[in-house]
Design a protein around this ligand. Structure first.
Ligand code: NAI
Ligand code: AKG
Length: 470
């Protein structure tokens, strides 16, 4: 049970911390409402945790594009951040303008955060990809400028797997074509080349979160499952891993792609792979548009080698919803593709369910908040993962130093020297490639010392960026 006195102490501490304005150059802050919501849990612990509160959360600006879910929007607003929301992605020039002064940006799969765009981000500390894929962000460049990138590694996996399962059945029954025909008044009751999926073989390329989930669903339909992956992965159910892509292509009735966009997966399925597939088999892709050579697929369907396809992703995708957006200007082969029979085309909706979007909003929203408020980079896809336990409530005059630097010898010695007038309560440092991240809690810091510490760290040779939380 929380006593009124405990709550009052905590609130006093919170307000005192907020009054400590003027953090030098730092863009750091801490949760307000969300933190207060966790009060009962926190104060019932034997040691009470102290939230880090530099100054007004109103200083933090977050730009959210591509209709990021309201679970994230509400989380950010509850913390007092300034949130700017757009339903679509932005053209590059507009993005460059908008990104200049924000501290965090939230995107989905369409917004390209290239080096050119990121160069204009002067205050950016974090990027949230409210999706699984992160190929739309120049991850290396982001790390180089000290910007941590977060995603949601599996919140929409089930939604993609369910869509693929629906499409497997739909392709086998030519459901798309029958539906279009009836919408235009044509009654076409046929069974020729329509099949049950029971007893057929599903070939999954990429047995990660989505591929493995799909495997379970397919077996529940009575399908046999084969999968090909570049790493050895434990099979679920009675699925079997094959050692070559060709083996999978030779044996599967349905081939579905669930790999990330990498140089190795570009045109993973092209003319030779379609030729290696069984006559009358089907192709599905809900991974990335680069993974399938679509003109080669069109040819394979035209000559009757492939009996149908379901595509959710394309090399170029429209920036926003609207009639006429999917056309030959976007991808030169569009008209040819849309005229083919038994081809199901969806507008990159694999992960677009209420459940997935809401869960992604919470997951990525939390990751961004924790990084902004506490410096915790756990879950980042381009950054060393660093975290320290929370400060205790009774730790007055303690500052958390977040120091991102090039991974070269001697840096820690320099930093430790700078911090050595204070007690280093705890610290943690880790590196990934050239990027290293040091987090340290130092005590006995007077307000007047803070600017000095900041300036000294700022002048160090290998620093990339610094934030001080207090
Ligand atoms: N259509 C949509 O709305 C969605 C699309 N996606 C896409 O699906 C992709 C896969 O998602 P997850 O299953 O969560 O990823 P994951 O990372 O859990 O699994 C990917 C698997 O692919 C394997 N792999 C990588 N390169 C390969 C190669 N050359 N050949 C064979 N296997 C290879 C990996 O070893 C891994 O097991 C994502 O990267 C994303 O691009 C994800 C969610 C929604
Ligand atoms: O929902 C989205 O915008 C993107 C889904 C996706 O492709 C992903 O999660 O990687």
């Amino acid at each position: 049970m929380v006593s009124p006195q405990q709550i009052e102490n905590l609130q006093n501490s919170f307000e005192r911390a907020v009054r400590l304005g003027g953090s030098p150059g730092a863009v750091s802050t801490s949760p307000t409402q969300s933190f207060m919501n966790t009060l009962p849990r926190r104060v019932s612990m034997s040691k009470q945790s102290k939230a880090l509160k530099p100054f007004s959360t109103g200083d933090i600006k977050i730009l959210l594009l591509e209709n990021v879910n309201e679970t994230a929007i509400n989380m950010f607003k509850d913390q007092g951040y300034q949130v700017q929301i757009y339903k679509s992605s932005l053209p590059e020039e507009e993005l460059i303008q908008m990104i200049q002064d924000v501290h965090a940006i939230g995107i989905r799969s369409k917004t390209k955060l290239t080096e050119k765009v990121l160069k204009h981000a002067k205050n950016l500390v974090a990027i949230g990809c409210f999706c699984i894929g992160t190929n739309q962000v120049d991850l290396d460049y982001a790390a180089k400028i000290g910007v941590a990138v977060f995603n949601s590694p599996f919140s929409n996996s089930r939604s993609v797997a369910e869509l693929i399962m629906a499409e497997v059945v739909s392709l086998a029954r030519q459901l798309g074509d029958r539906s279009i025909e009836l919408h235009t008044g044509t009654w076409n009751k046929v069974s020729a080349r329509c099949w049950e999926v029971r007893g057929k073989t599903l070939g999954i390329i990429g047995y990660g979160h989505i591929g493995a989930q799909l495997s379970v669903l397919a077996e529940a339909f009575g399908m046999h499952v084969l999968y090909y992956d570049i790493v050895t992965i434990m099979a679920l159910g009675t699925a079997k891993q094959v050692s070559t892509l060709d083996e999978l292509l030779n044996k599967a009735d349905f081939v579905t792609c669930h790999v990330p966009a990498t140089p190795d997966t570009k045109n993973l399925l092209s003319a030779p792979q379609f030729a290696a597939m069984k006559d009358g088999s089907y192709v599905l892709n809900a991974s990335r548009g680069t993974v399938i050579d679509i003109p080669a697929l069109v040819q394979a369907i035209k000559v009757g080698k492939i009996a149908g396809a379901a595509l959710d992703v394309y090399p170029n995708e429209p920036a926003k919803n609207g009639a006429g957006a999917y056309n030959d200007e976007l991808n030169s082969w569009t008209s040819e593709l849309v005229s083919l029979p038994n081809v199901i085309l969806t507008p990159h909706i694999g992960g677009s369910t209420e459940e997935a979007q809401s869960a992604i909003g919470i997951e990525v929203g939390n990751a961004l908040s924790k990084y902004i408020n506490e410096g915790t980079s756990v879950g980042s896809v381009n950054f060393p993962e660093v975290s320290l336990r929370s400060l205790d409530l009774d730790q007055e005059n303690t500052v958390r130093v977040l120091y991102i630097h090039h991974n070269v010898p001697g840096v820690l010695k320099t930093v430790t020297n700078i911090l050595s007038n204070h007690n280093i309560e705890k610290q943690f440092s880790d590196s990934t490639g050239d990027i290293a991240y040091l987090m340290a809690d130092i005590s006995n810091v007077n307000q007047s010392d803070i600017k000095d510490i900041y300036d000294q760290l700022h002048d160090t040779e290998y620093k990339i960026s610094i934030r001080l939380l207090y």
